[in-house]
Structures are given as C-alpha cells and as structure tokens.
Design a protein. Structure first.
Ligand code: NOJ
Length: 735
C-alpha cells in the first residue's frame, strides 16, 4: 500500500530532476530533423477559430514550437492534442499570451501596482493571473515588463514598475514568483518572461521603438539590475527588445545576450525575440536581408523567433554555408525543450478547454491592490475623506463610467461586463437620490463643450463635485506615446466651468502615465491619482473617497511640472552648478560675472511637480530619531540604519517608509539619492514603529569607469524618508 503511494511520488520527483530532463532532451534532440528543430524555434499567431486544416497539418509536422495570443481554450486544447498525439515526436506546443496585469480579473496597470510598494500583494495578483490564464490553457505569459522608464511620454511607461532599479527589481521578482508559483510544472503556474531585454525604456524622445544610447556603466547600474533580479528569481524566459542599443539592435546584441545573460549570469532559460524584432533588424540598418537577420539573431542567442519566419526559411542554408554552427541550433532547441519539460508539458500537464470567470478571491485582491496603488496628491483642508452624511454629490467626467478605459492597456481577456466603475460603486454607496451624474465629455479627447451646461448644473445642485478625469485606455501602451502630457480634450476647460459653481471639487485622475494638470489641481481641493485601476477600480476609489480605506500609494515615477522638464527623475547626478531651492527666472549676472548661472529653467521651477516616492495620507506621519549602528561600515560587515515613524494624525493607515543613500565622492559621480530599501508599515493613531534597514558594502558598490563593480571608501549620506525629497538624514563612512 505504502509502496504504491511512494512510487508515483518518486516518479514525479524524478521527472523534475534536472539531470533527467537533460537526458530526455538529448534523447529527443537526437531524433529530431533540422526542420523539426527550426519548427520548435518558431512562434506564430496564425492559429484561428476554428483551427484551419493547413494549421492542423503544420502542427502535425512540427512546424511551430509555440503559438502566442492565439485561439480559444478549446482551440488550444485541440492544437495540443494534435501536437502530442499526431506529430511524429509528440512534442507539445507552449501557448504564450500577454497576461500583463491580470487575465480575466484585471489588476491596476503595472505602474499603478508599483505605487503600492507591496511585493506580497503584487505577487498574489500575479498568482491569480497565472491561475486564471493556466485555467484556460496558457502556460507562458510575457510579463513582467521590468524596463526602467524615466520618460512619461513613452506610452509603455504604463507597463513598467517605475523609474527605479531597486524597486523594479523587488517588484519584478515578486511578479515572477507569483506567475511561476512553487513549481512551473504545477497546473496553475505559467512561465514568466523578463522583458524587454534591454534598454527599451530609454527610447529617445519617449517615442516607442526608438533608439537608445546607454553607456555601459549606466546600463549595468540602472537598466540591467531588474533583469538580473528576475534571473535570480528563476524567471523561465527572457524577451529581447525592439530598440537598437548603442547602435546594435537588442535582438542581435551579442554583448547583452551572450556575454551578459549567458556568460556572466549563467542563464539557462529560453530567450524569445519580440514580435518580428528579428526582421526589424533590416529597417534598423543592421541586417541586409532576412537571412542576415536570422544569422544575427541566432549568433546573438535568440532561441525562438516571434512571428517572423527567418529561422525556418533561412537557417538550413546558413548552416550549409557554415555561417551558423548547427550546435547553436541544438543549444536553442535545448533551451526551448527544457522550458517545455519544466512546465510538465511532456508529462500530462492538463490542457483545459473551457472558459473561466473571475472568482471572489481574485476580485478582492484586485480591490485591495487598487486601493494600495492610488496616490493622494493633494488634500487641502482635509477635504477627503468625504463624510458619509454628505448631501448630494455630482459625479462628472468622461472616466467615471468607462469600463474599458479603466482596465488600461493590455487587457486581451478582461471583460467590460466584469468591471465595476466608480459611478456604479458610488451609486451603490450613496443611493440614487444623493448622486447626480453628468459625463460632460464623450471621452478624454473630446473637445466639444456640449455637455458642459448639464455638468455645471449638476455641480450647482450638489454639495461636492467629484471629477473623473485623465486619459482613456488608448492613450497609453505600446505604440501610444504622446508629445504632450496635459489632460487631453476639453478637460481643463471643463474643470474651469465646474469651478464657477463654487462647490468643493475633488479630482480623481485615471491615466496610464504621469500627466501635467496644474489647472485642474489648482481648482480642486483634493486630487487622487488612480492610474488605470482595473476591474475593481470603482469600489477601490469609492472606499478611498469615503474613508473606508486610507490612501497609502506612493509615486514610483517623478511627475514633471511640464513636459519640457523630461527626462526628470529623482536619482539624477548633481551638476557643478546646482540651483538653490526655489531658484527661478533670468540670471542677474553675465558670462563675466555669472550670477545665477545655475542648472535651472528660466520659466519653470527646476524641481518636479511631485517627487518619486511622494504620496499623502488621511493621517500624518512623522519621521524622527535616525540612528546608525556605527559611524563606519567595514568591508564584510553590516551597518543598520533605523528611524521612528509615528502616526501623529487621527486615523489608522499604512505608510511606505523609504531608505535612500548618497555616495558623496566617487571616481564615477553617484546620484543625489538612490533607493536601498522600503517598508510598508501599518500604524494606529498615536502609534510609533521603528523601521530598520541593513547595509553591507555590496549595497554601496557601483560601476567604475572600466564598468567593473567596485566599492570605494568614503562618506555616505542616508535618509529614512516619506519620499525622495525629504527624510531624516544621517551619515557614515565606508572604510
Ligand atoms: C510586442 C510587445 O513589445 C511585447 O511586449 C509583447 O509581449 C509582444 N508584442 C507579444 O504580443
């Protein structure tokens, strides 16, 4: 009896045994034709409902190793059956999909999620997304997106986890753990994908797909760490990016793919190109034709080609002409088969055929994450939270009741009918008599004023105007960059019109990026920045507006005063002529007597509108009593830095305490601040907690002029802080 139970368990553990997997891969490889190998290296979108005869035939012949964003659950199950049962070697397909911030249950856009600074909750959300996606036969998601982005014009800033490498590393790794769970072979796990490797977020001018120029020091210090963290978290795949990096397309970049990823990091997972990124090396001016593009991608180490078909079409000739070593092809196929073995695809992993719905637990997590992601930017005279006994509320604006827009970019499987909008949630909360609704504008880009009169009327007859402004879904995301960051359409004019009613105004902004909205915020007593908050955004916003929850989100990207300040980010270098706080206007000196010749603008304050890390609460927090465990840190030793955070207000709430350092003198100049830790703490009124951070010399390392990681002795500043512009300071020396 005992033996009968022990046997399958032993068998299972041997299946996941790495050596056994390698043996099975070798056995399979030795039986594969070159055509079958190249098929494995090809990923297609071509599967449709119903699956056509030609595609069925191609699956039988092993023409495709993977499909992306294709078919229904039933189609996927049928295609998998054909691959396993009717192809010569029975090699399973792997189905990939863009499950970026939820599958059916849509969580806030990643930029919003990051504002929660809550790795556990973000991991839980990814776990739910994995469960839902795996439940419909997906085994691979193209997430997390861990590009560092410091330019809000870039539409894909919505998909990032913000501007900071430390935070992106922590949250990206949490997502990897969430998607992949304890074991990839578990039927509710999906393989994650660290993308876009690398430098994509530095697109010149914030224009998507544009070139990037990133010196190696900066690449290693800012753009690579989140990918290294994903690798350390066990991410199963990497995706190459579209951009040319320092003149070499990332998809043909032997330095980043071979030297860094494979040789330095010893990554044994699978690398997929982005969508037609292989053939895009031709317009880049890097490859002469498709064959050349295939060669460059293969030599760089791209295992699977997404959508374009240069591997399948040209690799045979490239091998025959000795331009590509057949061993490289075997290596690529090994990486692909390893993924399939790890996912249990060879070992009866279920391939569900039915559609699923969001469950209560998923919706609850989506609501909590939406609550934590919202950032309170302004709250004059404690206008928020709104008293439950308020008379009448006018709900105004194009984003109060716009389910699709509130889901944000990348929602292939989110359904509008599952979305709870702010209007619906507020109606439930206030009842029909205490709420009057005026959409005022058809959408966020609407320039007409036709709806203004009704909206102004609604405001006049209410005690409070609640304005839902921002950007609709299609204004952010891939290929959706903007040159202006203002509220689009006639929204600023609408706020002006509503202000004439003389009623208090609360603005809730739903957007995929940092916007500039000074007009609206000067007229509003309170501003909540809600990003695109997803399926449960409505109840989450209603909870915050009425004080059932306290805001705790903190910005993970700097908000500029105007687009002209971009790029603007907290972790910048100092100049030789830093301006004094508040310094503005025309310098009084001249080149001979350079008075006021500082690094600033004539026409706008040089500081941001809201700094990285910023976010208010309904209570007040005080930081004090910074102490260090010693005045010096020695190599091999540790230094602890602690400070007290006290809730001095009247409500219980969470606070995200942040820990920053500055290396005061170094052989390569270091940023004015760099994030090195954070803690989310919950404090009751009057309660005080000590937050503690530990530093080792490794945390102080940087890349020197030779791009080598070094530490240099000297003085360091530290802050424990509510945001990147404030905090209680201290100092120590590294010996
Ligand atoms: C292109 C995007 O850049 C990438 O993020 C996405 O995963 C693929 N398309 C697949 O849809």
């Amino acid at each position: 009896m005992i033996l009968r139970i022990a046997l399958p368990l032993a068998l299972m553990s041997s299946l996941v045994n790495a050596q056994d997997v390698e043996r099975r891969i070798d056995a399979l490889l030795s039986r594969m034709t070159l055509e079958e190998k190249l098929g494995q290296m090809s990923q297609s979108t071509s599967m449709r409902t119903p699956i056509s005869e030609p595609i069925r035939d191609e699956i039988r012949k092993g023409r495709w190793g993977s499909f992306l964003n294709a078919g229904s659950p039933a189609d996927r199950a049928e295609a998998q059956r054909i691959a396993l049962k009717e192809s010569r070697l029975g090699i399973p397909l792997v189905f990939g999909r863009d499950v970026i911030h939820g599958y059916h249950t849509i969580f806030p856009i990643p930029l919003g999620q990051s504002a929660s600074w809550d790795p556990e909750l973000i991991r839980d959300a990814a776990r739910i997304a994995a469960r839902e996606a795996a439940g419909e036969g997906i085994q691979w998601t193209f997430a997390p997106m861990i590009d560092i982005a410091r330019d809000p014009r870039w539409g894909r800033v919505a998909e990032t986890l913000g501007e900071d490498p430390y935070l992106t590393s922590a949250l990206g790794a949490a997502m990897v753990r969430g998607f992949q769970g304890g074991s990839l072979a578990s039927p509710d796990a999906v393989a994650a994908c660290a993308k876009h490797y690398v430098g994509y977020g530095a697109a010149e001018g914030g224009r998507d797909y544009n070139s990037t120029w990133i010196p190696e020091i900066l690449l290693r210090q800012v753009y690579l760490p989140s990918f290294r963290a994903a690798r350390d978290a066990g991410v199963a795949t990497f995706m190459t990016s579209f951009n040319a990096l320092n003149g070499v397309p990332a998809t043909g970049n032997r330095f980043t793919l071979r030297q860094v990823l494979r040789d330095e990091w010893k990554y044994d997972g699978m690398v997929v190109s982005d969508y037609t990124a292989v053939t895009e090396m031709i317009p880049h001016g890097y490859a002469a034709d498709n064959a050349d593009a295939a060669r460059e991608a293969a030599l760089a180490g791209v295992d699977m080609e997404m959508v374009s078909t240069t591997y399948f079409d040209h690799m045979k000739a490239l091998i025959q002409s000795k331009q590509v070593d057949a061993k490289l092809i075997d290596d690529a196929v090994r990486n692909i088969l390893r993924l399939k073995f790890r996912l249990g695809l060879f070992d009866n992993r279920p391939q569900p055929a039915a559609e699923t719905r969001p469950v209560a637990e998923a919706l609850d997590t989506a609501r909590r994450l939406a609550v934590e992601s919202v950032v309170l930017l302004k709250n004059e005279g404690n206008l928020l939270p709104i008293s439950a006994s308020i008379g009448k509320v006018a709900v105004i604006g194009p984003l109060a009741d716009s389910p699709t827009d509130q889901m944000g970019t990348w929602v292939m499987d989110g359904r509008a009918q599952d979305v709870q909008t702010p209007l619906a949630a507020l109606r439930r909360m206030l009842g029909p008599d205490r709420l009057v609704y005026a959409r005022a504008l058809r959408n966020s880009r609407d320039n007409t004023h036709d709806g203004f009169a009704a909206a102004a009327d609604a405001a006049r007859n209410a005690d409070l105007a609640l304005l839902f402004l921002g950007e609709e879904q299609i204004l952010s995301g891939e290929a959706h960059s903007r040159a202006f960051l203002t509220l689009p359409g006639a929204q600023e004019a609408l706020v002006e019109e509503i202000a004439k009613a003389g009623k208090p105004i609360v603005a809730v902004i739903l957007a995929g990026r940092p916007l500039t909205f000074q007009g609206a915020s000067s007229r509003a007593g309170a501003v909540l920045y809600a990003w695109h908050p997803g399926t449960m955004g409505g109840p989450a916003i209603a909870d915050l507006l009425f004080g059932r929850a306290a805001p705790s989100g903190k910005l993970t990207i700097t908000f500029p005063r105007t687009v002209g300040q971009v790029p603007i980010y907290y972790s910048h270098l100092n100049t030789g002529r830093p301006p004094s706080p508040g310094e503005l206007g025309i310098p009084m000196g001249n080149p001979v007597e350079p008075k006021g010749y500082t690094s600033k603008y004539l026409d706008v304050d040089f500081t941001p509108e809201y700094p990285f890390g910023y976010g208010l609460s309904y209570t007040a927090f005080e930081y004090s009593n910074l102490r260090l465990s010693g005045a010096t840190l020695r190599s091999g030793g540790t230094l602890t830095v602690s400070a007290d955070v006290a809730n001095t207000g009247t409500r219980e709430a969470d606070e995200v305490a942040q820990f920053y350092i500055r290396d005061l003198v170094a052989s390569v100049v270091q940023p004015v601040r760099a994030l090195k830790g954070f803690r989310r703490v919950h404090l009751k009124p009057g309660e005080k907690q000590t937050v503690q951070f530990t530093l080792t010399a490794n945390d102080l390392a940087f890349y020197n002029e030779q791009a080598k990681l070094v530490t240099e002795p000297g003085r360091f500043q530290v802050w424990v802080a509510p945001d990147s512009a404030r905090g209680v300071p201290g100092e120590f020396t590294l010996e």
